[in-house]
Structure formats: C-alpha cells, structure tokens
Design a protein around this ligand. Structure first.
Ligand code: F6R
Length: 615
C-alpha cells in the first residue's frame, strides 16, 4: 500500500516524480503529495484524493522543478484521507521532507517524546515523527543517510521511508524494512520507487534493496548500507518489460487490457518449461529434487485471488502426486500454530511478492524449518527473495487493483509445480506430463476464444446493474472459481456476492434463493467425473424451482444444462482439472462490466489498494 517515488538527476524532479506517481496510483489513492529541492530550499504540495487533485493544485500554484524530489500516493492507515495527513511530512523548520509506506508501531511514544522536546506535530499520522527525528539527527551529524540510519534503528514495524533535506540538495535517501523499495540506476540520475513501473520509462537497470538497508542516491551513484552503516550486498537486475507494458494501450481500463492479455500471459508463463529430453524444467526452483521427493505434506499460503489459485492447486497436487495438500489464508496460518517440519513444502502464492500476511506466513514457515517456494509475478520483490525457491509467473505488470491475468498465470505455475512434483516423485510419466503441458498451451487459444464471445456476458451484466445480490455456485475445481467470481463482483461492483460449494446448498445457502435472484453456476465437465456434473445439474434445477435466475457456465456440447439455464455462457471443453483457466474469464468480464454499469471506478475500487503491505 502507498506508492513512493524519489528522484535525483538532470531532469525536472517534479515532472519525473509526478509521472512516477501516476504509475503507482494503483497502490493507494487517498491522497498524493510531492516535495522538491531547488536552490537550497524545499517546496512541497499535497492534496487529499486522487493524484489529479494534486495536479490541479500544482497548476494553480506551481512548484520549482528542482533536481531532487520525492512523491507519495497514499492508502490511509493512521489518520483519515485529509490534506494534513497526506505525505510528504515536513519538520517544523520545513527543511526535511519524508514519505512513508507501512506502519511505525512505536510512533506514539516517539511522538510524546518529540512533543516534550518542543516539536509541534500537525497530522494524525505515524509518519510525521520521522521527519522530526531526522531533523534532529541531521542537525548533529549533517548527513541525511547517517541521520536515516540512526532514526531507523529506533523505529519498530514495517516501513519504507524516502527523504530529502534542503541542506543536501543532490541527495535522496531511502530506507527499507519489510515494505518494497527498488532503486533505478540511470545515466547521471537515479530513482527510488515502490515498484519499477515508476521509473521504467527512464531506465530498466534496477537494484533490489534488502531488509534493513539504507540507500543514498546521488547523480553519480548509489550507496547501500545496513542500518549500522556497514556496506550491504545488493542484487542488480534488468527489468524485462518496457514502459508500454504499464500503459493502457487504448483500453478504457487497465483491467480490460489485462483481461485481454491473458492468452499471452499464459503462453509466456509456459515458455521454455520442457527441456530437450522432454522433461519438465523449472530453472528458478532452487529446491533440490531430493527435498521435493522427501516432502510429506504441501501447505499453500496466500490471500484473496492468489488464495483461490491455491485452492485449485490442491486438486491438482493431490490428484497428480498423492501428497496431502492444505491451503490456508496467510493471515490465519501463522496465528494458529500450524504443524510444520523440514519435510513440509510451503508454497506462497503472491502476484506482488509484497503481501505482508503472506510474507509473515512464509517467515513463520521457514522459522519452523519448512522449505518455502514462492509463486510470484514480481522480480526483485520480498517474497521470492526470502523464499528457498521461486517459480515466476510471466504475466507482466498487473496494474488494475482486481487481479485477472496474474490469477491465470498462477494457475499455470501451480499446475507446472504439481507436474514437477509428480515427475521427481515418479507419480507421473513423462508422456503424461507433456500431454498436460500441451493441454495448457492449447488453453491460451481457448482463453482467446472465450474473450471473443463475451458480448452476451456484458449485456447480461448491464441488465443486472440494479440487483443487490449475486450468488455463485461450483463443484470440485469450479468451487474456487465460484469464490473468485464472487470476490471480483464484491470488489468491483460493490454488490453482495457469495460463492458456495454447490453441495453445501441444502445445508443452508438455499434459504437465500428468492424470485429472480441471479445465481451463477460453474458446471464441471460432463466428461471426466460425470457424477459431479449430474449432481450440479440437479442443483441448478433445485434453485430454479425456487425462483432463481440461473446463469450457467458450461462446456460447449454440454446439452444437459440447456433446459435449466436462463442464461447460458459457453466455454471450450478442457481437461477437468484445467477448466478454471477458461471458466474464470467470463466472471472477470461480468464483474468489470457490472462495475462500469454501476458507475464504479474499475481500476481503483473504493477502499482497496493493489498491494496489501500491512497486516
Ligand atoms: C483481488 C485481488 C486481491 C489479491 C490479494 C493478494 O482481485 O487482487 O485479493 O489477490 O491481495 O495479492 P498478492 O497476489 O499480490 O499477494
């Protein structure tokens, strides 16, 4: 949560920072602010609401362009979304400016201490203490990086901080504990940001910052130390996507673009996974095959949409490898004392690689001796860095808050992992593995076909814009799809939406059915486990008899459902376990269109942020 940008170099710092914030607004949109250094003085502006409010303010009251600057886009934690609580926060003399992402847990005693020493704090935020502490330390040491190290040693919690001081006009300093911060290195300029998207238009050369590190940016270089001032090891990497990947590319919303990118994202995630000998090859995995062979349990931890990918993974892992698999919400996992040991393989699924609940769950698992493998879309992020191994998805940057292409690629990744486990444990033959990989490759085209037939789904969504509730039912791998469909609708359309296992219907949820209530039913393939198919056809009849308006998602050629479907959405036939790859897509389109019809902000739904970097 919160987007941070810092810049020093020959361009207008104000312009670079504002352009960077535009790319990071998905991280929070409660307020935005900037500070720039020019001719030994500091100028700042901040405004509640979206970035556009700040831009209007700057039109009326321009700031100097400057050669160093910082900026922030906020997702409020401490203090409401007001001008006063917007970042940057300055000290009383207006010489230091600070932006922050995370939570400083001991801010209350620090605030009291500062008040006793005569400081006046003007906001309700935890962040403001940092600008005052930095001002104090700077007055004795005269160096912002050193002041930052001294202050960080006193802070508790999760934080990324970026600061400038008017007395050091060519320096920007950042610090990182738990929350993301990446360095961009250009020619005679340097950048700091929560996400490479903020500087990708200027440089693709990046440095990953580690835990408890302080970075000093100057035009001619970057210095990284730990909080005690010792030089730190850092990893440099090349960002393998360009600025156009972070643009809307002619679509009205990022979400529409990202839905449309799914066939490519799926194909990219599959690329190069089979070696010359016909075996599955997962290069980045880093966990020895012997460890995977020995594992006696798999535990998947994740949040939100990634959790739904985990639920689907369980069906594939248990079916293909016969290894027991548990799936747990990361936020619940570590607080219930889970049973883990060195033979437990924990899989942490996260698009951003920064979700705090998932990060804390993986740290807990490693502390208990378990091996942790990350499935992640963001190179250089914390979760893969702190895991024993990683399998990267290749969805490219996902900007819309609602996850779409990341979900499909997470499915590809977990199917590959399940197959790989089957390969090293000998529960799957090579030809079986290659056949599933071929099926997955074909599904990229199937997703394309689904996308071409979405106009009736959009029309249906528009016709339901005044409804209050939509229910979703599924069985087997269709159950997590129902949960995902409901989550998308909640977060985008702000409607009451719930997903149920269809078998649970008669244990309670059927009481919700009333005349004309829309119920989406994800029907399993009639081939494969046909008993499941027959049962869900009965479920559809049961709810229809009670007045539900049935919206049925079923395979092409499945005629058994036709008489009971008020609306029929056809998807291509796929192998049973892979069906979520196609059945999820209409639900994404449905939620996106309903949100638009209800006049909601598709890319930036209310109260949400893309990366949840606080617990
Ligand atoms: C829903 C959504 C969220 C994320 C969740 C985990 O559309 O985007 O539920 O899936 O916050 O995020 P990552 O995958 O970044 O850990």
């Amino acid at each position: 949560m919160c987007g941070i940008v810092g810049y020093v170099g020959g361009q207008s710092a104000l312009d670079v920072v504002i352009a960077g914030l535009r790319r990071l607004e998905y991280r929070g949109y409660d307020s935005a602010g900037v500070a720039v250094l020019s001719d030994g003085s500091m100028a700042a502006a901040k405004k509640a609401g979206k970035l556009v409010n700040l831009e209007k303010e700057l039109d009326g009251r321009p700031l100097p362009t400057g050669s160093a600057g910082i900026g922030h886009t906020r997702w409020a934690t401490h203090g409401g979304p007001t001008d006063a609580n917007a970042h940057p926060h300055l000290d009383n003399a207006g010489r230091v400016a600070v932006v922050h992402n995370g939570i400083i847990e001991n801010f209350a005693p620090l605030r009291a201490e500062l008040a006793e020493r005569g400081h006046t704090l003007e906001s309700e935020t935890d962040t403001e203490v940092v600008s005052h502490l930095l001002a104090e330390e700077f007055s004795s040491c005269g160096d912002l990086a050193e002041a930052m190290r001294l202050v960080c040693r006193r802070l508790e919690g999760a934080f990324t901080l970026v600061a400038v001081h008017a007395d050091q006009p060519d320096v920007v300093v950042g610090a990182r504990r738990n929350s993301p911060l990446v360095v961009g290195v250009g020619e005679g300029e340097a950048f700091l940001a929560s996400d490479v998207a903020a500087f990708i238009a200027h440089t693709r050369s990046a440095i990953e910052l580690g835990q408890d590190q302080v970075v000093e940016l100057r035009r001619d270089g970057v210095t990284v130390t730990d909080f005690d001032g010792a030089p730190a090891d850092v990893r440099s990497y090349h960002v393998d996507w360009d600025a156009s990947a972070a643009e809307k590319g002619g679509y009205d919303y990022f979400m529409l673009k990202e839905i449309a990118e799914q066939p490519k994202a799926v194909a990219d995630t599959l690329l190069g996974r089979i070696d010359g000998g016909g075996s599955l090859r997962l290069d980045e995995l880093r966990i020895p095959d012997a460890v995977l062979r020995e594992a006696h349990k798999v535990v998947i931890v994740a949040c939100g949409t990634a959790f739904h990918a985990g639920l689907i993974a369980k069906y594939a892992i248990e079916h293909w490898t016969r290894v027991p698999c548990e799936v747990e919400l990361a936020s619940e996992f570590r607080y219930r004392d889970p049973i883990l040991d060195q033979r437990t393989l924990v899989i942490a699924i996260s698009q951003s690689g920064e979700t705090m609940d998932t990060l804390m769950a993986l740290r807990h698992a490693r502390a208990q001796g378990a091996r942790v493998l990350a499935v992640c879309n963001t190179n250089g992020s914390t979760i893969p860095r702190e895991s024993d191994g990683v399998l990267y998805t290749h969805a490219g940057p996902e900007v819309a808050v609602a996850s779409t292409k990341a979900f499909l690629t997470q499915l590809v990744a977990v199917y590959l992992l399940a197959l790989y486990l089957g390969q090293v444990r000998g529960t799957k033959w090579g030809d079986e593995i290659r056949s599933v990989v071929r099926d997955l490759a074909r599904i990229a085209d199937d997703v394309d076909r689904v996308l071409e037939t979405m106009e009736p789904v959009r029309e249906l969504a528009r016709s339901l814009a005044d409804k209050d509730t939509v229910l979703f039912l599924g069985r087997h791998v269709g159950y997590p799809v129902a949960l995902e469909g409901a989550l998308k609708l909640k977060e985008l359309a702000y409607m009451h939406a719930e997903g149920f296992a269809a078998g649970e219907l008669k244990h309670g949820p059927i009481a919700l059915i009333e005349e004309d209530l829309p119920v989406v039913v994800v029907v399993p393939s009639p081939r494969g486990r046909s008993v499941l198919h027959d049962k869900i056809v009965s479920n559809i009849q049961e709810i229809r008899a009670r007045g539900a308006r049935t919206i049925v998602i079923a395979e092409e050629g499945d005629e058994a459902v036709t008489p009971y479907a008020d609306h029929l959405i056809r998807i291509p036939a796929t192998p049973v376990l892979l069906q979520p790859m196609v059945s999820t897509v209409p639900l994404q389109v449905f939620a996106c269109e309903l949100a638009t019809a209800r006049g909601n902000e598709v890319d930036q739904p209310r109260n949400l942020a893309k990366s949840v970097t606080v617990e």
